[in-house]
Ligand binder design. Structure first.
Ligand code: FES
Length: 136
């Protein structure tokens, strides 16, 4: 495995239909039908960890105000529900993961052409996330 990749979990830690926060990061890994996806674990509404929500297929529902995100893309599917308001929120950053020999990895290489920097809108924090293909 390339030195640019950092192991973040074993596949056995994320069974089909489940999700897991990568400890020490703001990354959420989800297993959708045997494929692994990663998005920011911070809801783009008020920062609630999405790992506290519910995964149904490829949709994670935030535990706080029930915003929904597609874990395969990070795109907002449903806006949060706050009283009678449905404020507009940003998509969350997404990244693909490399899976080799039961290890799930992501790249921290800035040289990776697929690496991109995404901004969390509410707190001005940034995080480098990468799009990596799954190795079979
Ligand atoms: S914090 Fe996630 S929907 Fe409000």
């Amino acid at each position: 495995m390339s030195a640019d990749y950092v192991k973040v979990a074993e596949t056995s830690e994320v069974p089909v239909g489940t999700m897991k926060e990568v400890e020490g990061t703001q990354i959420l890994i989800a297993n959708v039908n045997g494929n692994y996806y990663a998005i920011s674990n911070k809801c783009s509404h008020m920062g609630t960890p999405l790992s506290q929500g519910v995964l149904d297929g490829n949709i994670v529902t935030c535990a706080k105000h029930r915003a929904q995100f597609d874990v395969t893309t990070g795109k907002v599917v449903t806006r949060p529900k706050v009283a009678f308001l449905h404020p507009k929120i940003n998509d969350v950053p997404s990244c693909q993961l490399k899976v080799e020999n039961e290890s799930i990895s992501w790249s921290n290489s800035n040289g990776n052409r697929q690496t991109r920097q995404s901004h969390f809108n509410r707190h001005g924090k940034t995080i480098n996330l990468v799009r990596i293909s799954r190795a079979v």
